[in-house]
Write a protein of this length. Structure first.
Length: 117
């Protein structure tokens, strides 16, 4: 399991085309990808299972805990990203709820764009 950041502090100011915003790069893909949004209510759980493909979990709101194969829970919150390799056992839990984007693809290399936590 690898932990990354994608919060505003990690981003770059974009001013092209009269723009004024911060962009935190996450990933670039050329192949097939599955992208979804997960909504975990209070006491929500994504049960302990093996990753079918490399995947990254981007915490958008709320907070929770994740664990990998070492069974140690690590707190995550908005702006954190968790990366699991294919076949890696993992789980996500939350007491108060969280919303997260999940990207699954054989081509994930978050270390090319994001800062480690």
């Amino acid at each position: 399991m690898e932990l990354y950041r994608f919060d505003q502090a990690c981003g770059k100011k974009i001013s092209q085309f009269n723009s004024d915003f911060i962009m935190s790069r996450i990933i670039q893909l050329n192949g097939t990808a599955h992208i979804g949004c997960m909504y975990l209510e209070a006491d929500g759980v994504v049960g302990y299972h093996q990753a079918v493909t490399p995947q990254i979990l981007l915490i958008i709101t709320g907070e929770g805990k994740v664990r990998g194969e070492n069974n140690e829970y690590i707190k995550v919150q908005a702006g954190d990203a968790v990366f699991w390799q294919k076949g890696e056992w993992h789980e996500t839990i939350t007491s108060h709820g969280l919303t997260a984007m999940v990207i699954e693809s054989e081509e994930l290399s978050p270390s090319l764009f994001m800062t480690t936590k």
